[in-house]
Design a protein around this ligand. Structure first.
Ligand SMILES: [Mn+2]
Length: 345
């Protein structure tokens, strides 16, 4: 599988792994979504195949001081080699990232837009947005990962991260599921697997390792009850969306606020936008004094990453950005009205 690199190469990855010695302690830190979990799993597989044990693993949520926060744990555990996957940590917490790189050997594999401040590109692989991190790591480690056993997982990540929108990745998906058609993706096997895992990650957000271990043991059927519970909630929200969405003509965006006891924000956004790819959507969800936003433009009519970045510009404790068709933001509740004006008009 050929990857589209923005920078970095397979050679960099191989050299980094070969530099890991007997006395090194290794950490894998990955995003808390399906692509992130699959990325972490494939990294673990590659390292294990090379006789290297993962001493510390964690799933990270986007937060402005995320690297700084996790650095404390890495120090405590005596970690010397760190992998980050599926998060643009260099953009979200540039200072924390650079500080950590001075202290430990850090390797980053990611497909989100690169942070503007980054100058030192050593030990970083960035692929284009369409090549999700699970696909990147699966390809980097193809000699070590049994594709017959784990093709289903990389395909689920491809679905969850919209990576099928590039022709070559859609063909890759079809090499595992020849019957799959673009307009029926969400009811296809990789679509159903992805939705099962994603809904479980909502329900078990405080016990991600439970989901991670079921993936490892290929016991997805144990997630089906939770999946049904979340889907039921989601369908209620989709019905309410149909009735209560608001249209903002300035940027041609449909806007809707999700109210639920579960954090189904990103799940609902992906589902609705996926079934109506010609439209643009902004979904919001209020939580603990903050408003979180998921933006979707499946056919890339609007650069949602840019729009989210502009929306949060200058606000304290905020973050915003992501891919063109799929992006996110977080802002304090008191700043939300201005955000809304900027983004929706
Ligand atoms: Mn991803």
């Amino acid at each position: 599988m050929e990857l589209d690199y923005v920078f970095g190469s397979k050679d960099d990855f191989t050299k980094f792994i070969d530099s890991i010695g007997l006395y090194d302690k290794v950490a894998v830190l990955t995003h808390i979504d399906l692509d992130g979990l699959a990325s972490g799993f494939f990294l673990e597989q590659i390292l294990n195949a090379k006789g290297i044990k993962v001493d510390y693993m964690d799933f990270l949520d986007i937060k402005e001081d995320m690297v700084h926060e996790v650095s404390i744990k890495l120090r405590e555990k005596g970690i010397s080699k760190v992998f980050f996957s599926d998060i643009n940590v260099e953009s979200i917490d540039f200072e924390g990232f650079e500080e950590l790189r001075e202290e430990m050997d850090v390797f980053l594999i990611d497909h989100h837009p690169t942070g503007e401040k980054l100058e030192n590109k050593k030990n970083i692989i960035k692929t284009v947005s369409e090549d999700c991190s699970a696909l990147a790591i699966f390809s980097l480690g193809e000699e070590f990962i049994d594709s017959e056993s784990w093709g289903w997982l990389v395909c689920a990540a491809i679905f969850a991260d919209y990576s099928f929108r590039s022709e070559k990745n859609f063909e890759f998906l079809k090499s595992f599921y020849p019957e799959v058609q673009m307009d029926q993706l969400s009811s296809s096997i990789p679509g159903v697997n992805a939705r099962r895992i994603s809904s479980s990650l909502i329900y078990y957000r405080n016990d991600i390792f439970y989901v991670y271990n079921l993936i490892k043991e290929k016991k997805l059927e144990e997630l089906s009850e939770i999946h049904e519970l979340i889907e039921e909630e989601v369908y209620k929200i989709v019905d309410d969306f149909d009735e209560n969405k608001e249209y903002y003509p300035k940027n041609d965006i449909y806007y809707y606020e999700i109210k639920s006891r579960f954090d189904v924000l990103s799940y609902v956004a992906t589902l609705i936008a996926g079934s109506d790819p010609d439209r643009n959507f902004i979904f919001v969800y209020r939580e603990k004094g903050f408003v979180r936003i998921s933006a979707r433009s499946s056919n890339s009519k609007i650069d949602m990453g840019k729009l989210m970045k502009e929306g949060v510009y200058g606000f304290p404790e905020s973050n915003g950005g992501g891919h063109i068709p799929s992006a996110a933001a977080k802002i304090r509740e008191e700043d939300f009205e201005i955000f809304k004006k900027r983004v929706l008009g």
